[in-house]
Design a protein around this ligand. Structure first.
Ligand SMILES: [Zn+2]
Ligand SMILES: [Zn+2]
Length: 322
């Protein structure tokens, strides 16, 4: 069930359900702006999902027609999925970072995007049988996006979003996704962090779109740390204080996993699938495969760029210390 609650005067949290195991809901944020609201993030598009958004808005006496602007922290389905529907209903424009091909390509040609992921898995050493089974399970899930809409304005460094609380400054924070931005209100030191910073540390990288997702994520953590935010409104879970402590916990876990990956290849060439249990303490399964492979590959590529790892070509590819 969608739920709405006021967090601060002029800031409402819209908690929207998700169909994902382990990730029961996501947050959209409504920010008072003149005679309406700015809607930051939208929830995922799936059967019945729009009613959840309407219900959450209704609980705080808002309607979709009050939305004057849709701003997405990044182009993942749980943050951007209903953008088109909200725009259709409200006439509001969309502001988002321009690097959203990671979503556009997957939604426009799901089969090709899926084939690409299967190829990455095969190259990482996933054996034929589970690969086929996982592929069938995953294929049944839709992309979670009503339709791909291009931003009317690019959310890039220097852009501000005006609200009754004052302007929110855009900070580009790639890593979790190439299109990721955080919004910061400097007078009140409020941070809308999307999935860059969550109450519970959870690392995810879109692999294959930028040269070094894990390195980009670390740089984005430094950037957000420097803002010295007081309260974080994140893309999942409750708002939290001690933003610096959360940045530090993310940084520590990335470094720990980088060390584990380096340790895993120290004794000789290994496939990504062989490395995963050393990093995560358990082998791949259908639920975690895509996530863990992307994450581990991101660390390997980061080590490769630092001159600490290299690929041994083959089918599957193996990795060894450089
Ligand atoms: Zn995300
Ligand atoms: Zn999310």
């Amino acid at each position: 069930m969608g739920r709405g609650e006021r967090v601060l005067p002029g800031v409402w949290r819209l908690r929207l359900p998700l169909p994902w195991p382990g990730v029961p809901h996501c947050n959209a944020w409504a920010l008072a702006a003149g005679d309406g609201v700015v809607l930051v993030d939208t929830g995922m598009h799936e059967p019945g999902s729009f009613a959840h958004l309407e219900r959450a808005l209704d609980q705080v006496r808002l309607r979709v027609e009050h939305v004057r602007l849709v701003a997405c922290t990044h182009a993942h389905s749980d943050h951007y999925g209903q953008a088109a529907t909200v725009m259709d209903r409200s006439g509001a424009p969309l502001w988002m970072h321009p690097s959203y091909e990671h979503m556009a390509r997957a939604a426009q040609d799901p089969e090709a995007a899926w084939q690409r992921r299967v190829e990455v898995a095969r190259q990482s050493g996933v054996p034929e049988e589970p690969l086929r089974r996982w592929a069938e399970q995953r294929r049944e899930q839709g992309p979670g996006v009503a339709r791909i809409v291009a931003p009317d304005r690019d959310l890039v460094e220097g852009v501000t979003i005006d609200t009754d609380l004052g302007p929110w400054h855009v900070h580009e924070t790639p890593g979790h996704a190439p299109s990721h931005v955080c919004l910061f209100q400097p007078d009140r030191r409020l941070l809308i962090s999307g999935d860059h910073l969550l109450g519970r540390v959870s690392l995810y990288y879109d692999y294959g779109w930028t040269p070094d997702p894990a390195g980009e994520f670390l740089e984005s953590l430094d950037k957000v740390d420097a803002l010295d935010a007081r309260l974080c409104l994140s893309g999942h879970g409750k708002p939290f204080v001690d933003v610096r402590g959360h940045v530090e916990a993310n940084r520590a876990l990335v470094h720990e996993r980088l060390e584990r990956v380096a340790g895993a290849i120290a004794s000789g060439p290994r496939t990504v699938v062989e490395i995963v249990p050393d990093v995560h303490g358990e082998p791949l399964n259908a639920m975690t495969a895509a996530w863990r492979l992307s994450e581990t590959l991101s660390y390997l590529v980061h080590l490769e760029r630092a001159g600490k790892a290299r690929r041994v070509p083959g089918e599957p590819e193996r990795w060894e210390p450089a």
